[in-house]
Ligand binder design. Sequence first.
Ligand code: F0G
Length: 430
Amino acid sequence: MALAFTQCIEETCGRKQDPKKNAHQCAYCGGLLEVKYEFDPFDPEVLRSAWHQRRLSGEPIDRSGVWRFRELLPFVRPDDRIISLSEGSTPLVGTRRAGWWAGPVHLTIKHQGNNPTGSFKDLGMTACITRAVSLGVRVVACASTGNTSSSMAAYASRAGMKAILFVPYRQISAAKLAQALDFGALVIEVGDTFDQAFHLLREIAAEMDFYLVNSINPFRIEGQKTIVAEMMEQRAWRPPDYIVVPGGNLGNASAIGKGLRELKELGLIEKVPRVVVIQAAGANPFYRTLATGSRELLAVDHPDTEATAIRIGHPANWKKAQRVLEWTGGFCESVTDEEIFEAKAALAEDGVGCEPASAATVAGVRKLVRAGKIERHADVLAVLTGHQLKDTDYVMRHRSSEQECRQRLRVEPNLEALRKALESVLAVPA
Ligand code: F0G
């Protein structure tokens, strides 16, 4: 069994520590922690074949797209109770129009919206709640722009825990809020921004001994990193040139980088794709920081974007994500809400739906190809992080105004009126 410990990511510190219950920061310098292992030696072929075989198994733990790769998660002991909702195993979907629109590039979508609660958060949550159970935790908490909270609410319910979520007042989509309520979570609406809610939660969680499941909890990152093993397996272990993700609190980019690093170290991939992070222009602290070469985070105090999932101005994991971009030769780009809308429409033409934050990836690819930073015809894998139905208000705002789209007409209930209405719409060239 591999040895698991946590280690501070700060170069000036780097101290190893025993994973303690609520230790999300280094006990010595306050830096971020990551879970590390001394892996037993593996034969890559044996491992690949074991993972492949498990796909045929009926066991819930083998059917999960996270726990199927459990050799990468050796913090779990054999007698631990695994809290799974059959997460992962999400599809890779090719594109035609969206790839043409964005490049042209060979654009493939890894659709994380096809998870039990409709977002990539389920991968991290199964690992984190499993860890919480092993620690005897009774109350879990997170601050959220909506997806972490619905995921936490579902997995906490399954584990028999109380879930408390802190969300900025009226800033998260109704669908995400409804999910959390449906799973019986306690919802605290506090502050105007995610950052404010998160700050307050961190203070109160320490005081009241809530187990924090935000992505600063390094066990969240452990679950989320398995997306890389799954996508590589789906691609017959041939890495793409680029993996593109939207950036909010920057846990996902950190997780993908960690996954790539471990697969490389274990001899499962040879080439490492560049990791590219896309932020919304009104909430782009990471982009600004890297663009100016600042050593400190250039936070955004009043983040503003219609892509509410990534409306974050003080991303907690920025240092981890920065290391990932440095190590993989990746970069960060920033796109406007208009560009996000166009990208979402381009994906829709391929029959692919997603929430706005997810479409930022494809908007970013287009911008980067135009800037000559991504080559035309490159092999690009975009991670769509959330389901189309996560934010239907957005669609209704953009798609149902009669003047703009002529997609939605109210017609008097008689044939004459119907004929007239249909003819007027169909006469307009598409
Ligand atoms: N896409 C979606 C749909 C998200 O919900 C989030 C983050 C991101 C992208 C960004 O991922 O934070 O790892 O960089 N949502 C969090 C939440 C913050 O609370 O649901 P990140």
